[in-house]
Design a protein around this ligand. Structure first.
Ligand SMILES: [Zn+2]
Length: 246
């Protein structure tokens, strides 16, 4: 392949610009905020699950309390009814009176027991409600920290994208100076190894940092100025400049 030496030198400008774009892409991929956001998202999912579990437990206990209170009410109603019968003076037989009094006493004991149950549920419910508040508080805290990290990430992304757009906008002016076939070769090499062209500097390929052999240097010296030469080591396009050591 042949290309004017000036066009070949433009490859170095293009390679520098593309390296800048690569650095920006790398920075975008490896922003510390990304790992932080990943961790926080996992924490948030865990906290949200805990909050749901705590709320479910508190809800179950609230229903349990309602049911236990209804049990107390039912027993109290029966005891009240019996007490009214007793107070009405309608029950006169000593046997029936004794039976009624015994039932009232039994209902009162039962009511006391059931009230104990209500109290016990209320205590558990209080603890569960407190846990709901704690867990929801933690969840909200993680969500807020996550939102801040996402904001930082978006800010960094915007800055990187702005720099990338600026570099990208300078690219056409450079590629316009490079013939299509050379540009295509550069593009193919860039796809393969990340860098399409490198300077030959002091007898070394700056792409792979290899010092060229005497034979290779002699071959390059003998090549026409418009010949596109390649590094034998890394196959990149070697661009000759005044500093090539030829
Ligand atoms: Zn090389």
């Amino acid at each position: 392949m042949k290309a004017a030496p000036e066009a070949q030198k433009r490859l170095l400008d293009l390679a520098e610009l593309d390296a800048g774009l690569d650095r920006l892409r790398h920075r975008r991929r490896t922003l510390p905020e990304l790992a932080e956001i990943d961790d926080l998202s996992k924490n948030l999912a865990r906290a949200a699950t805990e909050a749901i579990a705590a709320e479910t437990e508190a809800g179950d206990l609230a229903r349990e309390q309602t049911k236990a209170e209804a049990d107390v009410d039912a027993v109290r109603l029966r005891a009240d009814r019996d007490q009214k019968r007793l107070d009405s003076g309608q029950v006169t037989s000593p046997k029936d009176l004794a039976s009624l009094q015994s039932e009232i006493a039994s209902l009162q004991r039962r009511q006391g027991d059931l009230e104990e149950v209500v109290l016990e549920i209320m205590e558990r419910r209080e603890a569960a409600d407190a846990r709901v508040e704690t867990v929801k508080g933690r969840r909200d805290e993680v969500a807020a920290t996550l939102a801040v990290a996402e904001g930082r990430r978006d800010g960094a992304f915007a800055e990187i994208d702005k720099e990338a757009a600026e570099l990208q906008s300078r690219r056409p002016a450079i590629t316009a100076d490079i013939p299509d076939d050379l540009l295509a070769l550069y593009g193919k090499l860039r796809e393969q190894s990340g860098v399409g062209a490198a300077m030959l500097h002091g007898g070394r390929c700056l792409g792979c940092r290899t010092s060229l052999s005497i034979a290779d240097l002699n071959r390059i010296r003998a090549a026409a100025h418009d010949e596109v030469v390649r590094c034998e080591e890394c196959r990149r396009i070697l661009v000759r400049t005044a500093e090539s050591g030829l």
